[in-house]
Design a protein around this ligand. Structure first.
Ligand SMILES: Nc1nc2c(c(=O)[nH]1)N[C@H]1C(S)=C(S)[C@@H](COP(=O)(O)O)O[C@H]1N2
Ligand SMILES: [Mo]
Length: 362
């Protein structure tokens, strides 16, 4: 066997039983428990988290953000200097691009998310554009790369977690360098002391433990940019880069659960089902439908707390005794909606298939 650090062969897909490696990742990287969809703002301890390598313990006092590359003047900023810049707070729904991976078969061996890799937090920080203005982005600049301080291997390649945005995307007002989440200092697992937050995009764009910004005259060629995060039907094909979140709705599974199987039991009669819906790319969710045993009906959809935050929906349901399958489906302003079955791709990305919940009504 080739040593895993130098293993460049793609990991073989798996079917059926979950592997010990998947269990290991699933217990490090936690999902939002779906009942926590009740909160407009996800308490930090219930927000999902995904870290590829180790969760770092960076020292706030000696921390410096370095901005270099094709800039007029390279700068280094301490946390104290960053806090002196004009700050703002945005409510942002963030979802991992791998959310729903466990529902694709055969399965890519990685973090086996079921459906809870999502959360909404208030992020406070400085708009990235202010920091870029301090350094002065050169006219030839094409992309801006964001490098985390965390380092490790994937598919035989050693790298620091890094992602890039085009200059145009990076200068958008809503792209933040954040040091607070829900009014509290960032927790270590969410990237303390500083992270990027790119509203509307899947989570991988929001680089944690952000330590270096490089202005480039070429496209960034980091592993997480060129190898990772593409929709590919076949291995080795160039594929389509993953950017914004797809439209999606989730419901709080109603009733009470069985501890082990999570099957739900509900009392008969009038009840209300609720959940959240979101989409990326600046659009809003236009409608959410709810289905009992395949019969779809409209729900009541609330306005979002901000342009980048999920929207609450609810629906009255007169629960009749028996076994039922509940489902929900969102459609956004662009007319994009959710498929009934996952759209399979090699690394199990962007699965926004309709959620379905089995319930027993007593
Ligand atoms: N430095 C660094 N940034 C990172 C990651 C990482 O592993 N390292 N994971 C990314 C991915 S894949 C996601 S989904 C989000 C998760 O952010 P959260 O843990 O705060 O929810 O962080 C992104 N930023
Ligand atoms: Mo992710």
């Amino acid at each position: 066997m080739i040593h895993p650090f130098f293993e460049r062969e793609a990991r073989a897909h798996v079917e059926g039983a979950f592997t010990a490696h998947e269990l290991g990742l699933a217990s490090r990287n936690v999902a939002l428990p779906l009942e926590a969809l009740r909160y407009d703002l996800t308490p930090a301890g219930l927000h999902y988290t995904l870290s590829h390598f180790d969760i770092l313990a960076l020292d706030q006092a000696s921390f410096r953000l370095r901005v270099g590359g094709r800039v007029a003047k390279a700068v280094e900023l301490s946390m104290a200097q960053l806090r002196e810049l004009p700050s703002k707070t945005l409510s942002v729904t963030m979802e991992c691009a791998g959310n729903g991976r466990a529902g694709m078969s055969p399965r890519y061996p990685s973090m086996p998310w079921i459906e809870g890799a999502v959360g909404t937090a208030q992020w406070t920080g400085v708009a990235l554009k202010h920091v870029l203005q301090l350094a002065g982005v050169g006219a030839q600049a094409k992309e801006i790369a964001f490098l985390g301080a965390d380092r490790g291997f994937d598919s035989g390649v050693e790298h620091e977690f890094g992602r890039s945005l085009t200059v145009q995307e990076a200068l958008r007002d809503e792209v933040l360098l954040a040091w607070e989440m829900n009014g509290q200092p960032l927790l270590p697992q969410h990237g303390a002391p500083l992270r990027l937050v790119v509203p509307g995009w899947y989570g991988m764009a929001s680089v944690k433990w952000l330590s270096r910004i490089e202005v480039l005259e070429r496209a960034f060629d980091g592993f997480q940019q060129v190898v990772g995060y593409h929709y590919r039907k076949r291995r080795g094909e160039p594929g389509v880069p993953i950017t914004h979140m797809k439209v999606r709705a989730l419901m709080v599974p109603p009733g009470i659960p069985d501890w082990y199987t999570r099957r739900r039991l509900i009392e008969r009669g009038a009840s209300e089902v609720m959940g959240r819906a979101w989409t990326g790319n600046g659009a809003a969710v236009r409608r959410v439908e709810f289905a009992v045993d395949g019969a779809w009906r409209e729900t009541e959809l609330e306005r979002p707390a901000g342009r980048f935050a999920w929207q609450r929906w609810r629906c009255a349901w007169d629960a009749l005794p028996g076994e039922h399958e509940l489902a929900c489906r969102a459609t956004d302003e662009r007319g994009d909606t959710q498929p009934m079955a996952p759209d399979w791709n090699t690394t199990g990305m962007g699965n926004n298939a309709v959620q379905s919940v089995q319930v027993t009504v007593r």
